[in-house]
Design a protein around this ligand. Structure first.
Ligand code: NDP
Length: 240
């Protein structure tokens, strides 16, 4: 039976690549994004397989309503991909509470709300998978990435517990930790406005800021290849 996927941030980068791979496998994709019009081409190309869904993952009420609507119409969500994200680059001392909270909303509280919303139906069916798009920055951190890595470390800690809790219920949790991939993530990075005034930080934080300014990482990878690996890992008997 073909799967039903719910992918957040499906309009760009990894989310788009994962959605296209799932469609290629014959599955149905609920492609969620804030700028939903950017999914028009994918929907038009695969009208029977792709539904665009307007969803801001920082809105818990919208998450609950969206998941209930998908379950009512499709009967199940086989794979939840918590992919939506953005980054921030700046010295720790310039990273405001507002920015920290905002990043935690997108990378931690949003995914947590989505997991809570889909788990009851997966538990009932004793089947399903959750893909958590973390980052290499969820395992190690470096200058300028305190806020981003803080959120991804938190996501990984929660996901390890979740994986152990739901494995006996037949539900997989896959934590993905990409390195640098050329998507719109770095180009859209929020950078601290005063960073150039901090000479002491220039050699360290400055490097990551230059990376953002150039719009790409140092070792750009191909999201489509990553998406193929994710699909293979979900189909494997033992998910890492
Ligand atoms: P992109 O910028 O290409 O895609 C990010 C997507 O997230 C966009 O589609 C954006 O769409 C969406 N998004 C951002 N905020 C929200 C929100 N509040 N609600 C819903 N959607 C939102 O970046 P990537 O594809 O690179 O990033 C995807 C994931 O991969 C992220 O979690 C990122 O941390 C992770 N990652 C990326 C790496 C890289 O090198 N590119 C490396 C490691 C991890 P919109 O603005 O329309 O909402």
């Amino acid at each position: 039976m073909n799967k039903v996927w719910l992918v957040t941030g499906a309009n760009s980068g990894f989310g788009r690549a994962i959605s296209e791979a799932a469609v290629g496998a014959g599955d149905v994709v609920i492609a969620a994004a804030r700028r939903v019009a950017t999914l028009d081409d994918l929907v038009a190309a695969h009208p029977d397989q792709v539904e665009a869904l307007t969803l801001d993952v920082t809105d818990p009420a919208a998450i609950d309503a969206a998941v209930q609507d998908v379950l009512a119409r499709h009967g199940r969500i086989d794979v939840l991909v918590n992919n939506a994200g953005r980054t921030h680059i700046g010295a720790f001392e310039e990273t405001t509470d507002a920015e920290l909270r905002s990043l935690f909303d997108v990378h931690v509280f949003g995914p947590a709300a989505l997991v809570r919303a889909v788990l009851p139906s997966m538990r009932e069916r004793r089947s399903g998978a959750v893909v958590q798009m973390s980052s290499m920055g969820g395992q190690m951190s470096f200058a300028g990435f305190a806020a981003y890595s803080g959120t991804k470390f938190a996501l990984e800690g929660m996901s390890e517990a979740l994986r152990d809790e739901v494995a006996p219920l037949g539900i997989k949790v896959l934590v993905v930790e990409p390195g640098a991939f050329r998507t719109s993530l770095m180009a859209n990075a929020v950078t601290s406005a005063e960073i150039d005034d901090y000479d002491d930080y220039a050699a360290t934080v400055g490097v990551t800021r230059a990376m953002a300014a150039s719009g790409d990482g140092t070792q750009p990878g191909d999201p489509a290849k990553a998406a193929a690996l994710i699909l293979a890992a979900l189909d494997a008997d033992d998910t890492p």
